[in-house]
Design a protein around this ligand. Structure first.
Ligand code: UDP
Length: 342
């Protein structure tokens, strides 16, 4: 069968593009990729968690809570499309303080959509999450798995998806909702990477232990029904995520319809396997201690299905988790204090 994706060059979206949340971890990698493909980019970011040092594109420092600031950025940069990464993304915080998540993920996205509508910008690609699926009923998880999130973070992301769908039907907005599995790694070209505060993600924490910044890595439970008892996740390279966003945008621009799909490699690794791979790559001992399970962690989250493969012709280029850890290590060892140290 000839893939539909072959008939058009989906690696080349048309600009200019406004990247909202473009100074953050995934956003900054997407900005760098767009620039490498010659697309004109501007970034809108409140720098609450992002880093100006992570981008070399025009930056509008503003909040999505400020409709006038959004309108001014759209007026100044006249984008033909928006890629929207700005969101709160800590599950635990969303449970203890859901108001922040409903305000910043749902209300602020509504602000953005309204200003896009006013400025006649119809195309949007945005970050969703496999957390919208909730407790998986089957693994690998298909793209059309029922969406039944189990925490406020996942619920706000699902609200965002529903908003886009309704705006598409009613106002002709064109959208791609990309549901990520575990974003990890750092730009293969170097220079940018992951710098969260606080850091909660497994791979950067493991590498902080390798750097001697933490004494040991806590393994959250080893009594799951998996091959070594620790949780299995699908770690996807951040450059591969960026590539999928560019393809999704080109897909919308080609008039090929809205898209909802997830982005994962289809390969799952246990926590212990990640730690072991990091030991090999860094040459450090990386002490680990098994502690209690973390609340809300499903045993296994791995992408199945192939909508992004079929529709976008997308394949993870860095699909081996060792490559993901190697690139992350290159960034962390060169920037042991993140962007703060320059
Ligand atoms: N994890 C762990 N110790 C840590 C951080 C994470 O054992 O200090 C485990 C976590 O329980 C999960 C996996 O590593 O099974 C990936 O967690 P992460 O927070 O990176 O991403 P999540 O899957 O929660 O989005």
């Amino acid at each position: 069968m000839t893939s539909e994706a072959n008939s058009i060059d989906l690696t080349q979206p048309q600009g200019p593009v406004l990247v909202v949340g473009g100074a953050g971890y995934i956003g900054s990698h997407c900005v760098a990729l767009l620039q490498r493909r010659g697309v004109e980019v501007a970034v809108f970011d409140d720098l609450s968690t992002g880093h100006a040092e992570a981008i070399s594109a025009p930056l509008v420092v503003g909040s999505l809570g400020d409709r006038e600031a959004i309108a001014a950025a759209l007026e100044a940069h006249r984008p033909s499309a928006v890629i929207h990464f700005a969101a709160k993304c800590y599950v635990g915080e969303s449970v203890t303080d859901p108001a922040i998540y409903y305000r910043e993920n749902v209300h602020y996205t509504w602000n953005l959509l309204e200003e896009m509508r006013a400025a006649s910008v119809s195309d949007i690609v945005f970050s969703s999450t496999c957390a919208t699926y909730g407790e998986p009923r089957e693994v690998p998880i298909p793209d059309d798995h029922p969406q039944d999130p189990i925490n406020p973070y996942g619920r706000t992301k699902l609200h965002m998806e529903h908003m886009m769908r309704d705006y598409s039907r009613a106002y002709g907005m064109r959208y791609a909702a990309l549901r990520y599995f575990n974003a990890a790694g750092a730009a293969t070209a170097g220079g940018i990477g992951e710098d969260h505060s606080p850091e909660t993600h497994l791979i950067p924490l493991v590498l902080e232990v390798a750097l001697g910044q933490r004494e040991k890595i806590m393994v959250f439970g080893d009594d799951y029904e998996t091959r070594d008892g620790t949780c299995i996740r699908d770690y996807i390279h951040v450059d591969d995520l960026g590539d999928a966003h560019l393809r999704a945008l080109a897909h919308l621009q080609a008039g090929r319809g809205d898209l909802e799909c997830h982005l994962g490699t289809g390969n799952g690794f246990t926590v212990m396997e990640i730690i072991e791979a990091a030991r090999e790559i860094t040459g450090q001992a990386i002490p680990a201690e098994v502690v209690a399970r973390r609340e809300g962690d499903p045993a296994m989250l791995v992408a199945g299905g192939s909508r992004a493969f079929d529709v976008l012709g997308w394949r993870p280029a860095r699909g081996d988790v060792r490559d993901v850890i190697r690139d992350a290590w290159a960034f962390h060892s060169a920037h042991p204090s993140g962007y703060a140290a320059g």
